[in-house]
Ligand binder design. Sequence first.
Ligand code: 5GP
Ligand code: ZN
Length: 114
Amino acid sequence: MHDVQDCIFCRIAAHEAPAKIVHEDEAVVAFEDVGHRAPFHVLVIPRRHVDSLAGADAETIGKVGAAAARVAKAAGYLESGYRVVANVGPDAGQSVPHLHFHVLGGRSLGWPPG
Ligand code: 5GP
Ligand code: ZN
């Protein structure tokens, strides 16, 4: 059984750790990334713990993806554009093992990522 106390994003989803939450519903939570790599940088997570995109079911991925699009639109980035990124594993630099989609906007974003 997964222990909520072991996972910072589970603790944020449970309101046991502080975060600037911009959206939440029964399935997902979206909150500002403390690292702040762009003027708009929000993380969207499923409430229920799953380690990464690799282990997630399609319904969960769909809800997280749809919420990512919604928060970007609500913040006004539909016209200018934005990026949604899910890092998976060491080569991608995944540092928190709870599925999260980064939503980045508000500046021109380089491609390809480093
Ligand atoms: P990853 O490197 O796994 O793709 O992304 C993890 C992200 O979570 C990083 O951008 C990092 O800044 C962010 N992060 C790590 N710990 C916390 C935290 O306690 N609160 C918030 N809001 N963001 C966090
Ligand atoms: Zn978790």
